[in-house]
Design a protein around this ligand. Structure first.
Ligand code: G3P
Ligand code: CA
Length: 375
């Protein structure tokens, strides 16, 4: 039985009052800063697609493990079903992360589509109702690298966003700390174009869950710009502009806007981002680049530049295996073996990042503790 303290009851009443009295257009004024047992300003650990180094990504098992490993946030990527329900997948094409190809009844759903300007063949969430998607089971995306995770193939459903929020609440109560949620809208321009706008559903879910308020343990992220600018007027939680290693936001490309991610990390770009977002989520190589051979070179000034623009910095994605590490941090030619990921985490923490996305939250939590103990 859940014990509700007077303080928690009062906080709940205040939150309810806020929801009733606050207009839709509100700005994020305070960011949730993580476990109060940690030093103020300690970098956050964001469980990337849950604890996807150990379980098939974007499953409730992956999110639960991330929370139990100490992650401050769990990270669901959001796409839509045919009947307009938000479900969590890294992309709307689900051939690589589910057993859909084995379902003969869905063979005729295989299609070739153009997503964000690129042709893609497979099965797409927007062609399935939620009931149909629930008959599928998740599988490990990277069986060649994460063979052990295939132990869990076929065991977990595709979760809805609501199920992730419910899990977040349950684990927060059980673990006696707020587990944050860090949703990313995937392909928002594409989904809006087919009549399945992600943003209203996201806003509704956060609001219904009492999470659309300043100080809620939530960040909302996107690689696109327009939908974040729109969300700024609809949510009271901080927004994070994702910055890819190369290329340009898909909505810029669609609108003929020639600016790229390279432009967004220049001082003028950061200043513009600060007008609608609270931080950036750059590819890690935007902070510590690699040369043509894959070896790390000198760190950029991005963290300092972003902080100067009053933006938080949450780089992605730290993964333990050699396959994903810079060449100089690999321990062998075995791509499945763990490399010197501790060094990479330490480098990011020393750069002053405000959080890291990691597929291995236990490692990131341990490295953070060591960093905090020594600095
Ligand atoms: O959202 C941060 C990071 O997850 C962005 O990359 O492609 O894994 O969603 P991706
Ligand atoms: Ca993501």
């Amino acid at each position: 039985m859940v014990h509700i303290t007077k303080a928690r009851l009062a906080a709940g009443l205040l939150a309810a009052l806020f929801l009733v009295s606050t207009p839709a257009a509100v700005n994020a004024t305070s960011d949730w800063t993580g476990d109060t047992k940690l030093r103020a300003g300690a970098p956050l650990v964001i469980g990337h697609r849950g604890a996807s180094g150990y379980r098939p990504e974007h499953t409730l098992a992956s999110y639960e493990l991330a929370a139990r490993m100490g992650a401050d946030f769990i990270e669901p990527d959001l796409v839509s079903t045919k009947d307009g329900v938000l479900v969590v997948r890294h992309e709307n094409e689900i051939g690589g992360t589910t057993d859909v190809a084995k379902h003969a009844e869905f063979a005729d759903r295989k299609k070739t589509k153009t997503i964000d300007g690129a042709p893609l063949t497979g099965w797409f969430t927007e062609d399935f109702t939620l009931a149909e998607l629930k008959t599928l089971r998740a599988v490990e995306r990277l069986p060649q690298i994460r063979g052990r995770n295939t132990l869990y193939d076929g065991r977990y459903q595709i979760p809805t966003f609501q199920e992730v929020l419910d899990l977040r609440g349950k684990l927060s109560r059980e673990l006696h700390r707020e587990i944050g949620v860090y949703p990313e809208t995937k392909h928002p321009t594409y989904f809006k174009g087919i009549g399945l706008d992600l943003n209203p559903k996201l806003v509704a879910a956060l609001t219904a869950g009492g999470l659309n308020r300043p100080g809620a343990p939530v960040f909302v992220q996107s690689f696109e710009v327009g939908n974040l600018k729109s969300l700024k007027h609809q949510v009271a939680v901080p927004l994070i502009q994702l910055i890819d290693a190369t290329g340009a936001p898909a909505d810029f490309v669609a609108a003929g806007d020639k600016r790229t991610y390279d432009d967004l990390v220049k001082p003028d770009g950061l200043k513009e981002i600060a007008g609608y977002a609270s931080g950036i989520g750059p590819a890690g190589t935007r902070i510590i680049p690699v040369d043509g051979s894959g070896n790390q070179t000198t760190a950029t000034t991005l963290v300092a530049d972003a902080h100067k623009a009053r933006l938080k910095v949450h780089p992605w994605t730290v993964r333990n295996e050699n396959n994903f590490l810079p060449v100089n941090l690999r321990t062998s030619a075995d791509v499945t073996a763990y490399g010197k990921v501790w060094t990479l985490l330490d480098q990011f923490f020393k750069q002053g990042v405000d959080g890291v996305f990691s597929d291995n939250p236990d490692t990131a939590v341990a490295a953070r503790q060591e960093f905090l103990d020594n600095n």
